[in-house]
Every structure is written in structure tokens, then in C-alpha cells.
Design a protein around this ligand. Structure first.
Ligand SMILES: [Cu+2]
Length: 68
């Protein structure tokens, strides 16, 4: 399953790596790809193992904010 989240505050390649790394560290996340120009991250994950709440927390822990 895929989910696209809008993330506030990502401005450079460091931000891209930090957000992708924090999401990929979650059990059940298969891939995470930031689109800096769009300010979004696409998460590929196994539903039932992980979900939006965990994504938001991981992004927050990395120092960024999900826009709802
Ligand atoms: Cu940055």
C-alpha cells in the first residue's frame, strides 16, 4: 500500500535523507521517497503492521511536521 504525506520544512537533500531514513526505520515500511519540489513523501508499507500515526511520529522525531 502507498500513502503520500505532505511535510513542512524539508528544504535540501539533508532533509530528504533524514525523513526517508526515519520512515525506513519503521517495521513494515518497505520504502519512503521524498519529493523535495512537491514537499511530499511517498511511503510504501504493509497495512496492518504500520500506518499514518507511526509515519507522523517518525517524521516529527526527525524534526519535520506533517501537514494535514
Ligand atoms: Cu535540509
Amino acid at each position: 500500500m502507498e500513502q503520500v504525506l505532505k511535510v513542512k520544512g524539508m528544504s535540501c537533500n539533508h532533509c530528504k535523507m533524514a525523513v526517508e531514513k526515519s520512515l525506513k526505520g519503521l517495521a513494515g515500511v518497505e520504502n519512503a521517497t521524498v519529493d523535495l519540489a512537491a514537499g511530499t513523501v511517498k511511503v510504501v508499507f504493509e497495512p496492518g503492521r504500520v500506518g499514518t500515526g507511526e509515519f507522523e511520529k517518525a517524521i516529527d522525531d526527525a524534526g519535520y511536521e506533517v501537514v494535514k
